[in-house]
Design a protein around this ligand. Structure first.
Ligand SMILES: NC(=O)c1ccc[n+]([C@@H]2O[C@H](COP(=O)([O-])OP(=O)(O)OC[C@H]3O[C@@H](n4cnc5c(N)ncnc54)[C@H](OP(=O)(O)O)[C@@H]3O)[C@@H](O)[C@H]2O)c1
Length: 265
């Protein structure tokens, strides 16, 4: 029977989630990998188990579906060696709110808000009495923006930041050593923009981060007990400006951006 710490990672079939799986395997964690694409999860699980001699369990699940979410929450709540939950599964949508597919936006709220609420609750019920563990919620720099053409994404990511910060306050009020982190990357090279159907070309090359760099920064931030991790100096400065610019100037920038992003008639 393993005595290694256990990490549960959602959205582990691609991009940032798969990179978390690789880096945590290197750090000696056993893993539970969650996403919808079972073939991808099984291939990654087999590779990591063989390379790092750890236990890896793939659990196929659609976290936007209530039954699947409850099943995964049961695993999270009852795993005795749980030390880390990474709430990473997510996606974006394109287009103005009233014109974009409303079902897709409802699905985004279920995944970014309800699944994170349920799984974080399960993790804290498990970790708090053991006085050990951490939750990383993958947010975005979009959490700090007013995003015309991107409203549900920005709103759900802003919720993730507020939720994570609130829980960190509660845990510190209880003098709990359990840590919270909101990871807020800018543009990351992954399958995200393929799923979104967005052309990467207009975004300058220097803006793109690798998933490897983002996850490394997250784990260093976790070691240092950082609540907000914003990988890369460019994005740290962007968030600093977004937080401190006066509201009227922010609104003017948002109006300008929204004119540029409005679909052509
Ligand atoms: N890429 C960026 O530029 C960027 C920037 C900032 C923040 N982020 C955030 O980073 C996180 C990871 O994104 P990524 O860039 O790694 O994108 P990605 O390569 O598209 O990976 C997304 C992951 O989420 C999983 N997923 C999507 N819907 C799911 C559902 N209903 N149930 C379970 N799993 C689901 C996908 O797996 P299946 O399809 O197999 O289910 C996949 O493993 C997201 O929360 C995203 O918002 C990304």
């Amino acid at each position: 029977m393993s005595d290694r710490p256990l990490a549960v990672i959602t959205g582990a079939s691609a991009g940032i989630g798969a990179t978390f799986a690789r880096k945590l395997a290197q750090r000696g964690y056993d893993l539970v990998l969650i996403a919808r694409r079972e073939d991808r999860l099984r291939a990654l699980a087999a590779e990591l188990a063989e390379t790092y001699h750890i236990d890896v369990s793939p659990i196929p699940a659609d976290l936007a579906a209530e039954d699947d979410l409850e099943r995964v929450a049961g695993h999270v709540q009852n795993a005795p060696r749980l030390r880390l939950l990474v709430n990473n599964a997510g996606f974006g949508t394109l287009g103005f709110f009233q014109e974009a597919d409303v079902r897709r936006q409802m699905q985004m709220h279920r995944l970014h808000v309800l699944a994170i609420t349920r799984l974080t609750h399960a993790a804290l019920v498990n970790m708090a009495p053991r006085r050990a563990g951490a939750v990383i919620n993958v947010s975005s720099v979009a959490a700090f923006m007013i995003g015309a053409g991107n409203v549900s994404y920005c709103a759900t990511k802003a919720w993730i930041n507020a939720f994570t910060q609130g829980l960190a306050l509660e845990l510190s009020a209880k003098k709990s050593p359990v840590k919270m982190q909101a990871l807020c990357p800018g543009f990351v090279l992954s399958e995200f923009h393929d799923v979104l159907g967005m052309d990467r070309a207009p975004v300058p090359k220097s803006f793109w981060l690798t998933a490897d760099f983002v996850v490394e920064q997250s784990l260093l931030g976790l070691d240092a007990g950082r609540l907000f991790v914003i990988p890369g100096l460019r994005y740290k400065m962007t968030v600093f400006a977004l937080r401190w610019l006066p509201d009227p100037i922010l609104r003017r920038i948002a109006r300008f951006m929204s004119r540029r992003r409005r679909p052509k008639k």
